[in-house]
Design a protein around this ligand. Structure first.
Ligand code: ADP
Ligand code: MG
Length: 242
């Protein structure tokens, strides 16, 4: 089962993974009101659908006024958004997530998934964030770092340093990265996820690591154990035939 970005970011928050402040809205008026409550002078309006690649499809808009927040929401809500991760019919946009705009210094890729070969959870990391990891794998496979985690040990400090080195992080950010790795790992295990992907994880101009995007898939076979997660289901995003 998939969930929306705003739901995944709430779970990230629960596990002490830094995310931008934001609010979900299902009307242009509520989107504007959400921006009014948020800090800063620029905001991002993001269409909530169960697919990525929204940025290139007009589903992520950076704006500089409350009025433009409402206008961007108006443009997205009630339409279907087609991205290269959806089919030709696209997915309905029933809500938008409004968040503070971040000052991005660098974008990274980080995910945790089940590696059937090593029979472990494995972190996949790349300094080429914001891009599809499939494209990075095809064009520059050496830029991808794979770090399998021993189930009895969890993520270790030396493994955090391997990923920090791949990102080219300074000492200051290493502790932040370790906290994110631990948070993702704990969330994955606690909620029986099948994949967690942060693309991009960013370094802000003032040196903070923040999850700017959030994608979580859950193991359907374990959903009965997690009523809190099962309650996040959005049938409007699912194919009835499936
Ligand atoms: P998708 O993967 O569906 O395209 P993302 O959430 O990754 O959506 O957003 C696409 C791009 O938009 C990001 O790579 C980033 O450059 C920019 N972006 C997203 N959220 C913010 C934000 N809060 N502040 C600044 N830029 C953002
Ligand atoms: Mg993304």
């Amino acid at each position: 089962m998939n969930i929306h970005e705003y739901q995944a970011k709430q779970l990230f928050r629960d596990y002490a993974i830094a995310v931008p402040q934001g609010a979900v809205a299902d009307s242009p008026q509520l989107a504007r009101r959400a921006a009014e409550q948020l800090p800063g002078s620029a905001w991002v309006v993001k269409a909530q659908i169960h697919a990525g690649a929204r940025g290139k499809a007009g589903g992520v808009k950076v704006v500089n006024s409350w009025q433009d927040v409402a206008a961007a929401a108006e443009n997205m809500l009630g339409r279907r958004l087609v991205t290269h991760q959806t089919d030709a019919a696209g997915l309905p946009v029933n809500s938008v997530w409004v968040e503070e705009a971040s000052a991005i210094k660098r974008e990274f890729y980080l995910s945790l998934l089940v590696d059937r070969e090593s029979e472990r959870l494995i972190f996949i990391a790349s300094a080429a964030g914001g891009m599809d990891i499939e494209a990075v794998a095809a064009e520059a496979p050496d830029k991808i770092v794979r770090v399998p985690i021993h189930p009895a040990a969890g993520p270790q400090a030396y493994q955090g340093r391997l990923i920090a080195a791949a990102f080219g992080l300074g000492k200051e950010q290493q502790a932040q990265l370790q906290q994110i790795l631990n948070g993702i790992y704990q969330l994955f295990v606690a909620k029986d996820c099948s994949q967690i992907e942060i693309n991009p994880l960013i370094e802000t101009e003032d040196g903070k690591l923040v999850a700017l995007d959030a994608k979580i898939n859950f193991d359907d076979n374990a959903l009965a154990l997690h009523p809190d997660i099962a309650a996040l289901r959005d049938a409007s995003q699912e194919d009835a035939k499936e």
